[in-house]
Design a protein around this ligand. Structure first.
Ligand SMILES: Nc1ncnc2c1ncn2[C@@H]1O[C@H](COP(=O)(O)OP(=O)(O)OP(=O)(O)O)[C@@H](O)[C@H]1O
Ligand SMILES: [Mg+2]
Length: 467
């Protein structure tokens, strides 16, 4: 946003007003000085113009300082407004933690910085205009004094004297303009450099030369000795992952928090690049599948269920499939969120977010499931997408999925065994490695993390139903 506002504006100022002003200033001052020398007197001109170069210097020098301090003022103001905005949007957290007094102190500190930076600016600003006026007045004093004497001597006429004073008055503006323009061009150049650096950025993930013309995916997924470390991190997030999922199967992934489940699907969607020869769909290295095909054919329900501040309909059909309203409604029924939507006064036209309704965590989650289903994907990935619904709703959604996803691949990530137990195959991940693999029946029969979690969750359920 700073690039889009400040930098583009600076380039515009250097190109537009900068060029107009400099043409204007150069043209005017040349003609005026020629007229002064040719029609009046050379000595008077030289003497009267002596303070003017200082004026250019003052404008250039002060302009730079003023600009620098002005930027600090803008920064101080933006942290002040950020602070205020955070305090308002997080007001419940502030109150819940009894931090009102502390937050006020913090706000006061930021506000004080804002005052200080403004004072800092005002001090140079207050010096600048009087200094410019002083220098221009100095020219006039010389013109009046020396020019007056010349009139008394009869060297120049009274008419020349009046004309000279008018010329001098006309010169003040171009001198100011030259100073400003020099600053504008410098600033414009610096901004242009920053913008060019941005324009030269290339996405890290793109279709490489050996990409194949694939438009449809069947949904067979395979990982082969996949090792992956996040850029900038020094610990591997995934270590030697190998397993495969036939098209049409349901894969369950279970693992403790931070074990690498989301990382695995990030790689499948190529949100990060996996090394070549490690991730395959339909037997093709995903680095050779066009990004567009890949992301069109995969339905992704992200862990954070991000929704946009628009209508429910546009959120559900975010992939812009242009399906008929009844079809879109059908998918919300499959995701068990239709009844919630039907209760809103504006139904599918209800706005979500700050200017509309605030959805519960579970409603958001189910809307984001519907959003993925509408794409009718070849591979559906649900990253912990049933965590905010009760077990009954979970069962209903899973049953519905069995129907629509029958011929397609589903990847379910969960912490709860109940979500996964129906899966054709379950992979247990711990600290980035696959530690167990099999069906629910196989896994509960062998000692290990799966059985531990299963028994713990059974116990929890029993306690719940007993209570
Ligand atoms: N963008 C990233 N950059 C660097 N490290 C990351 C990044 N995202 C995740 N990690 C690290 O990778 C590891 C695996 O994280 P991941 O998000 O895959 O866990 P997870 O199994 O999905 O956990 P959860 O169940 O809490 O969602 C963690 O140690 C995490 O800190
Ligand atoms: Mg995760």
């Amino acid at each position: 946003m700073a690039h889009a506002t400040n930098d583009i504006q600076a380039v515009r100022m250097a190109l537009g007003p900068g060029i107009v002003l400099s043409t204007d200033a150069i043209f005017l001052s040349t003609i005026i000085i020629i007229m002064m020398v040719r029609t009046i007197d050379l000595r008077l001109t030289v003497l009267a113009l002596m303070p003017l170069p200082f004026m250019v210097a003052v404008v250039t020098g002060f302009g730079r300082v003023i600009h620098r301090r002005f930027k600090l003022v803008q920064e101080a103001f933006s942290s002040l407004s950020d602070r205020a905005q955070e305090n308002f949007s997080g007001i419940r957290v502030v109150k819940g933690f009894a931090q009102e007094a502390a937050e006020m102190d913090r706000f006061r500190a930021v506000n004080q910085t804002n005052v200080d930076k403004n004072m800092h600016l005002v001090r140079v600003w207050g010096l600048f205009m009087p200094l410019v006026q002083f220098l221009s007045a100095l020219s006039f004093i010389i013109a009046l004094g020396y020019g007056g004497i010349m009139v008394i001597d009869g060297t120049i006429t009274l008419g020349d004297f009046v004309a000279f004073n008018s010329y001098l008055a006309m010169l003040t503006w171009p001198m100011l303009a030259i100073g400003w323009v020099m600053n504008m061009i410098q600033r414009g150049k610096a901004s242009m450099d920053r913008l060019n650096a941005l324009f030269d950025e290339r996405p890290e993930i793109y279709d490489e030369e050996d990409v194949l013309p694939i438009e449809k995916l069947q949904g067979e997924v395979e990982f082969r000795h996949l090792n992956f470390t996040y850029p900038g991190s020094d610990e591997a997030a995934l270590k030697d992952i190998s397993f495969s999922v036939p098209a049409g199967h349901t894969l369950g992934i279970l693992g403790r928090t931070g074990s690498g489940k989301t990382t695995l699907v990030n790689l499948l969607l190529r949100l990060f690049n996996a090394p070549r020869g490690t991730v395959f769909i339909d037997g093709v290295d995903i680095r050779k599948i066009p990004l567009e095909t890949l992301r069109e054919q995969v339905g992704y329900v992200p862990q954070d269920n991000f929704l946009f501040s628009t209508t429910i309909r546009s959120n559900v059909d975010f992939a812009d499939t242009k399906r008929a309203p009844e079809d879109i409604e059908e998918y919300t029924k499959l995701a068990q969120v239709y009844d919630n939507i039907a209760e809103f006064p504006k139904k599918f036209d209800t706005l979500v977010g700050e200017r509309g309704v605030t959805l519960s965590g579970g409603q958001k989650q189910r809307l984001s499931i519907a959003r993925a289903l509408v794409k009718e994907p070849s591979i559906l990935i649900m990253d912990d997408s049933l965590s905010a619904v009760d077990t009954e709703t979970e069962e209903a959604i899973l049953n519905n999925l069995k129907g629509v996803m029958a011929a397609r691949t589903t990847i379910l990530i969960a912490h709860r065994i109940s979500t996964l137990k129906q899966a054709d195959q379950i992979v247990v991940i711990d600290e980035g490695s696959v530690i167990q693999q099999g069906t629910h029946e196989q896994l509960i029969a062998e000692p290990g993390l799966y059985k531990e979690l299963y028994e713990k969750q059974l116990l929890e359920e029993e306690i719940e139903s007993a209570g």
